[in-house]
Design a protein around this ligand. Structure first.
Ligand SMILES: [Zn+2]
Length: 197
């Protein structure tokens, strides 16, 4: 059975009995909506890394892996949708799955924004630590810089602190520091700052 690319109704003739669009017109309508959704997804995919640098959770790298997975699956779905639309194949199921992915980067960004933004600065805890090493990878969104310190959390060996360029340049392995951590309004501890002891 063929379905209308726009409204999803079963179609026997070239013109859809439900919405009246020909298969060519339905493809144009589908593509317009598809582009809009993809733009919303991509905007969220820029917002999330941006917010994650303002209120970086201690487990940022884990979150970035999760986000990377979402991004990869969504783009794969987008490519498949595009190909199936070109071949005028049924899109209904895939369209629905793809729609579910659109808000995910925004949800991640909003979570970090609320978690850090609603935190009170008087709840900062300072953990004494020694810098073990550092890591710098230049990237499109201000790059990735990490200071490694031994973790104070149970079951965690190393903290990979998402520092800015200044802090990255200021500290060397062996430096004694205090690491400021906020508890997070949603219970996701996030890295506030690093200071010389
Ligand atoms: Zn239709």
């Amino acid at each position: 059975m063929t379905r209308c690319l726009d409204c999803g109704s079963p179609r026997t003739a070239d013109q859809c009995p439900a919405c009246g669009l020909t298969s060519a017109a339905a493809e144009v309508m589908f593509r317009r909506r598809f582009l809009k959704r993809t733009a919303v997804f991509l905007a969220g995919s820029l917002a999330f890394p941006y917010v994650s640098q303002i209120y970086p959770p201690l487990d940022l790298d884990l979150m970035l892996v999760f986000f990377g997975l979402i991004f990869f699956v969504a783009l794969t779905l987008a490519v498949v949708l595009d190909r199936r639309a070109r071949n005028r194949q049924d899109l209904e199921g895939l369209k629905r799955i793809y729609s579910g992915f659109i808000p995910l980067p925004w949800i991640l960004a909003a979570t970090l924004l609320v978690n850090g933004g609603l935190d009170s600065s008087k709840d900062i805890t300072y953990h004494p630590a020694v810098v073990d090493g550092r890591y710098n990878m230049p990237g499109i969104v201000r790059g990735t810089r990490r200071l490694f310190v031994r973790s104070w959390r149970e079951g965690q060996k190393v903290e990979r602190l998402a520092v800015n360029a200044d802090d990255y340049d200021r500290f060397r392995p062996g430096d004694q520091v205090n690491v400021g951590v906020e508890p997070g309004a949603l219970g996701i501890p996030w890295y506030f700052g690093v200071y010389r002891r």
